[in-house]
Design a protein around this ligand. Structure first.
Ligand code: DC
Length: 227
C-alpha cells in the first residue's frame, strides 16, 4: 500500500499479552507527541457488551447486530485511552480477567474483527499515532512507517500481569494468571482471522530481561528518523 504523504506518522506495536507493549506504546506516544491507540480496548468492549447482553458469545450474527446497534466512542490521548458504551465510561471494567478471556474469544469472530477494523482505520486516517495490539502492523496499518514486535517469555509476562492484578486488589494466583495467559496466547496465535504474528518489516525486540527505559530508548531511535 502506498504511503499517503498528507498523513502523519504511524507506529505500530504488536505482541502477546504482558510483553510490555502498552507501556512502550504510551511512552513512545508521549515522547513523540503522537496519540496512543489501544486496539485491545475495542475487543474488550465487544466482550463487555456480549456478557451484558447475555447472549451466546460464539454467535457472530448476534454479536454483529449488538455491536452495530451500540454507540461506542473513544478518546485517545497520549497515555490514557477512554472508552464509552452508550455514554457510559467502561474503561475501568475492561481490565477484569473475565473480560480478558472473553475478549480473546470474541476476537476470533470475523464480524467483530471487521467492526474493530473499521473503527481503528477511521481513528488512524490522519495518522499521528502509536497503535498497539496483535495485528496493527500486519492487518490494520500495514503501511505504518515503523513497526515494532515486542515479545517476552511466558513466565515473565504472566508475572508482570499478576503484579498488576495484585496492585488492583485482585487476589488471583500467579499459576492461574499463567494458565489463562497461555490459553489466550494460543487462541490469539492460532485463530484464522488475523492471528498474532510478526508483521513484515517489523523490528523484533524481547523485553524478558530489558527494562522499559531501554525498550523506549531503542524504539524512540527508530521513530526519530521519521519525525
Ligand atoms: O491487548 P489486550 O490484552 O487488551 O487484548 C485483549 C484481546 O483482544 C486479546 O487477547 C486478543 C484481542 N486483540 C486482537 O485480537 N487484536 C488486537 N489488535 C488487539 C487485541
Amino acid at each position: 500500500m502506498a504511503t499517503d504523504c498528507r498523513r502523519r506518522l504511524i507506529v505500530t506495536v504488536d505482541g502477546p499479552a504482558g510483553s510490555g507493549k502498552s507501556t512502550l506504546a504510551k511512552r513512545l506516544a508521549r515522547r513523540a507527541n503522537l496519540r496512543y491507540l489501544e486496539s485491545g480496548a475495542f475487543y474488550r468492549a465487544a466482550a463487555w457488551l456480549a456478557i451484558r447482553g447475555e447472549g451466546d458469545l460464539t454467535d457472530p450474527e448476534w454479536l454483529a447486530a449488538l455491536l452495530t446497534a451500540t454507540p461506542v466512542e473513544v478518546m485517545p490521548g497520549q497515555d490514557r485511552f477512554f472508552l464509552t458504551v452508550a455514554g457510559q465510561d467502561i474503561t475501568q471494567d475492561l481490565r477484569l480477567p473475565q473480560i480478558s478471556q472473553n475478549a480473546s474469544l470474541v476476537a476470533t469472530l470475523r464480524p467483530v474483527r471487521q467492526w474493530v477494523l473499521t473503527k481503528l482505520r477511521a481513528l488512524g486516517a490522519a495518522g499521528g499515532l502509536v497503535a498497539e495490539g496483535r495485528d496493527m502492523g500486519s492487518r490494520v496499518f500495514p503501511e505504518a512507517e515503523v513497526k515494532i514486535y515486542l515479545d517476552a517469555s511466558l513466565a515473565v509476562r504472566a508475572h508482570r500481569r499478576w503484579l498488576e492484578l495484585q496492585a488492583q486488589g485482585n487476589n488471583v494466583s500467579e499459576a492461574e494468571v499463567l494458565r489463562d495467559m497461555a490459553q489466550r496466547d494460543q487462541r490469539d496465535r492460532e485463530r484464522q482471522e488475523d492471528p498474532l504474528r510478526v508483521p513484515q518489516g517489523a523490528y523484533c525486540l524481547d523485553s524478558t530481561a530489558s527494562d522499559p527505559d531501554r525498550m523506549e530508548e531503542i524504539c524512540f531511535q527508530l521513530i526519530q528518523a521519521h519525525l
